[in-house]
Structures are given as structure tokens and as C-alpha cells.
Design a protein around this ligand. Structure first.
Ligand SMILES: [Zn+2]
Length: 90
């Protein structure tokens, strides 16, 4: 098997290619990532987990959002309460 990078549903993924039959195998982590992105695209919703880092509570911003929303480190955000929802505004 030869390591390669390919595209799955327009998303760059890592994988392996069989040198004999050219069958492609997608890295399971990346296959999972594509599934999540697909789900997010359909629902316009992405689920993240709240984690504790030291004494802070941290919510990660998935790479796909960083890229599509052109977010940068150091950028400021606002949490806005909208009825029962908390909305993050960039
Ligand atoms: Zn093969």
C-alpha cells in the first residue's frame, strides 16, 4: 500500500492506495471528519465538546469553520443570548 492524499466529497483526505489494483482506502479519522462535515453542511450545525484546559473551559473551533469563515487567531467573538440559545458571533 502506498500513502496518498485524495479528495472525498470535495474534502482533502489521507489514505492508502494499493499499487496492484489501485483500490483506495481512506484513513478512518479522515473518513469520520468527512462524515461530520457532511452532517454539518446539511444541518448548518456542528457539534463540539466543552473541555477543561487548566482552569479555563474551552470550545474548539473545527478547521472547516476556521477556513470557511476566514477566522484568525486573536480575533474577538461575542456570545449572544437569543431566547434559549447562545449564539457565537464573529
Ligand atoms: Zn489491491
Amino acid at each position: 500500500m502506498r500513502k496518498m492524499t485524495t479528495s472525498l466529497k470535495g474534502i482533502s483526505v489521507r489514505g492508502w492506495e494499493c499499487e496492484k489494483c489501485h483500490e483506495e482506502m481512506i484513513h478512518p479519522e479522515d473518513a469520520q471528519k468527512v462524515l461530520e462535515i457532511e452532517k454539518a453542511r446539511k444541518k448548518n450545525l456542528l457539534t463540539v465538546k466543552l473541555r477543561k484546559v487548566g482552569k479555563s473551559n474551552v470550545i474548539t473551533v473545527p478547521k472547516i469553520i476556521m477556513e470557511t469563515e476566514h477566522l484568525k487567531e486573536g480575533q474577538k467573538f461575542e456570545w449572544k443570548k437569543e431566547g434559549k440559545k447562545f449564539v457565537l458571533i464573529s
